[in-house]
Each structure stands twice: as C-alpha cells, then as structure tokens.
Design a protein around this ligand. Sequence first.
Ligand code: HEM
Length: 208
Amino acid sequence: MASDPKIHQFEEVATHNKTKDCWLIISGKVNPPSLLIHISYLFIGVQERNMSRLHMKFWDTFSLKKAKNLKQLLWYDYLCHEMLLIHCHFALVLEKNKWFYMQVYDVSSFMDDHPGGDEVLISATGKDATNDFEDVGHSDSAREMMDKYYIGDIDPSTVPRKRAYIPLEQPAYNQDKTPEFIIKILQILVPLLILGLAFAVRHYTKKE
Ligand code: HEM
C-alpha cells in the first residue's frame, strides 16, 4: 500500500491514463451482495414483520432481557423495526448518491504483469471501473493484490454524474413533400376532376 493515501479529485485521476502512468478507480466498499442484504432486511425484516437475522439479534439484546412488561416489549419491538428501516433507507440513499468512497489504484508498475493485459487497464481509466473489474470475476488473490497499488480515495463530489440520455434531434419532418401526402391530395382531386368533367360533358351535350 502507498505510504500516504489521500483524497483525489476525479479530474486529476483521469489524467493518469497511459501505460507508464495508469490510475484506476475501483469501489470496493459497496458490492452487490451487501446491497442485496440491505434490501432483504427491508422486505423480510420490516415489511413482512418476519424476523430477519438482524432483527432477531436486536430482539435478543434489547427486548427479552430488558423489557419489564408487555408495553415495553412492544416498544422495543417497534424500535427494532424502525432501526432496520432507517438502516436500509440510509444504505440505499448512500448507494444511490455514490457517497461511499471509491478507491484509487496506481497500477503503473503492474501493467506488464497484469494477466488480462495492459490495454484493458488503460481502457478502464477516467471512469468508475468497478463494473469492469467485477465483470471479469477477479479472484480473491487478485483482490488482495490491490492493497499494494492503493493510493487513496476519490472525493465523491468530484465524480461526474451519469450523463442523462439526450435523444438526437430529428430533422423537422416536412409532411408536404412526402409521396403519401401527394397521393392523399390526388385521392381528393381526382374524383373532383372526374365529377367536374362529368358536369361539363353533361352541360355541353344538353345544349347540343
Ligand atoms: C488493481 C486492479 C487490478 C488487479 C490487481 C488485477 C489483477 C488481476 C489478476 C491477478 C488476474 C488473474 C486472474 C485472477 O486472479 O483473477 C487478472 C485477470 C484479468 N483482469 Fe485484472 N486486475 C485489476 C484490474 C482490472 C480491470 C480494471 C480490468 C478490466 C477492465 C481487468 C481485467 C482483467 C482481465 C480481462 C483478466 C483476464 C481474465 C481471464 O483471462 O480469465 N483487471 N487481473
């Protein structure tokens, strides 16, 4: 591990994107299993009022031993549920807003030795590479190696938010020039012309 880990700005980290100077941003603190556990507490422990493991723990510690009467027991029970609810809520809010710190790794000295090659590492610079890292399914020993390259955390406020998808502007659709429009006009004009012609023919033949 680097001797003096510090808080880095995202912009600064993104500039280290070469073979000889490569920094990666990988978050190790929030992973899908931990998020799943939070959500399961929310549904099993709180909503359904079934006791999740954590709830059982709270219940054992606070309720059974300390409650002197039924009212207190029920109050402790209520507190257990509320604590879980708050816990789950904060976990989800933190995850959603990326308030968990992401770690920065200087892998410049590892480029030649990385079993996946140096190109993948360079392509993972300038962004949160957590998903890229996780998608490969790195082993535990690979995760342990990371400590060696850790140089600090990212200031979460400097991480750009995911860009909203802005659909490309379509060129204005000029209905008048399409063949369908001309066909529609003809569908009205042709019967009118035939009708006019019929009247004209009748008019002249009558005179004769
Ligand atoms: C500090 C960061 C990293 C370390 C220490 C690291 C370490 C390793 C190690 C030890 C392996 C061998 C397989 C294993 O033990 O899992 C490996 C394989 C690999 N890594 Fe990384 N890696 C890092 C970051 C990344 C990133 C960000 C990517 C993707 C963009 C990546 C892509 C790969 C690929 C494609 C393989 C080859 C997998 C295979 O052939 O099965 N690695 N890495």
